[in-house]
Design a protein. Structure first.
Length: 157
């Protein structure tokens, strides 16, 4: 499971680090590929039947749509950072830090709200599995991205 998840994370990082030159359509295309791979991994981990399965996958698809929209905001912020890295001033840096915190807060709230929804239709175990997987994907992706993105002031250009 972690080996498969790691491959998905590597794919996401490769995609995300190339976004400075990407169009919106390319972003959506790559996110759709990532979403399909991720869904396959989730289906291996979360084993449900009947109404619990139907309810889970309906909510999961809703969640993925919202997560992708939030992910596009994250990608836009990374793109903005890349484009303004050389000329970062205090105001721009503060603005981007605030936007990053807003995006992370929104993602946490999104996961929390879908945990509650999934718990109602599929039970606590399925909800906890969803939560555990999302944390894994988010943390692994975050670490991989941070390894690719220079820290502020790391390069004097």
């Amino acid at each position: 499971m972690k080996k498969s998840a790691s491959l998905v994370v590597i794919l996401l990082v490769a995609i995300t680090t190339s976004f400075a030159q990407s169009t919106k359509e390319q972003v959506e295309f790559f996110q759709s590929i990532f979403g399909m791979e991720k869904k396959a991994l989730v289906s291996e981990f979360v084993q449900l039947e009947g109404e619990a399965s139907t309810g889970f996958w309906s909510l999961y698809d809703e969640y993925e749509t919202a997560r992708k929209a939030n992910g596009q905001k994250r990608i836009a912020l990374i793109d903005k950072y890349a484009n303004s890295y050389v000329d970062l001033d205090d105001a721009t840096t503060d603005e981007m830090a605030a936007e990053s915190m807003k995006i992370h807060t929104a993602q946490f709230k999104l996961v929390k709200s879908y945990y509650k929804k999934i718990k109602k239709v599929s039970g606590s175990k399925a909800a906890a599995q969803f939560y555990q997987l999302e944390l894994f994907f988010q943390d692994a992706t975050g670490v991989a991205l941070m390894e690719q993105i220079p820290f502020i002031g790391e390069f004097d250009l």
